[in-house]
Write a protein of this length. Structure first.
Length: 213
């Protein structure tokens, strides 16, 4: 009996070590979902796409600019957006452009937990391991496809940024089609609509694209 208890404890420990989520029935289910999330677009090495952004400022100067540019991705986690507009306006928008690391990177960057599963949508809560401006990030994931439906960043100053996204499928990859968001920060409030098109997959992307200008 003692030997059996020891083996059981070892097995449970191995399960806990293999997943950043709790080794319970609910934790096992969300752990399986998280593993599937890390496999989405597994063969996507890079892409370039056109990006159109409509921004409606809810604070002074109450402008509604439209921006066009390109968005880039390169494995494992490089992302960049380059706008064809005046640098000052592009720099302001880049501060709130939604950037989320691939799920495979989450365990090293965040403490992870689940807030539950409702109507086929599981919500993961990500708390940054390194203290900074973001208090936590909630990511809502479709259980059936293991793809992200929406995400909300909550900041230490009480502000938040939230985006819902719709996806398109191309060559068995799930790619963002549109994102609708709201920015509610102490000095910046805006509604944002992003439209992605003309994806070019697994194309050469220079590392210089990802350097801050």
């Amino acid at each position: 009996m003692k030997r059996l208890l020891q083996l059981t404890a070892i097995s449970l420990g191995a399960l806990s070590a293999a997943s950043p989520l709790a080794a319970t029935a609910e934790g096992q289910q969300s752990g399986d979902l998280f593993h599937r999330m890390t496999q989405v677009n597994a063969h996507l090495r890079s892409y370039k796409a056109d990006l159109h952004a409509d921004v409606a400022l809810k604070t002074f100067p109450y402008l509604s600019p439209s921006l066009d540019g390109n968005v880039y991705y390169k494995q494992p986690d490089k992302q960049a957006v380059v706008f064809d507009t005046v640098p000052a306006l592009a720099a302001q928008f880049k501060k709130v452009y939604p950037r989320l690391e691939p799920p495979s990177q989450w365990p090293s960057l965040y403490s992870m937990s689940t807030l539950g599963d409702q109507n086929g949508i599981t919500t993961f809560r990500l708390v940054p391991r390194k203290h900074g401006r973001v208090q936590h990030l909630d990511v809502r994931t479709d259980d059936s496809t293991a793809t992200i439906k929406s995400m909300t960043w909550t900041y230490e100053d009480g502000g938040y940024v939230t985006f819902d996204e719709t996806l398109q499928k191309q060559n068995n990859n799930y790619l963002i089609k549109t994102m609708n968001g709201h920015v509610e920060l102490p000095a910046y409030k805006a509604d944002v609509v992003l439209a992605y098109s003309n994806y070019k997959l697994n194309v050469p992307v220079s590392d210089s694209v990802f350097s801050e200008k």
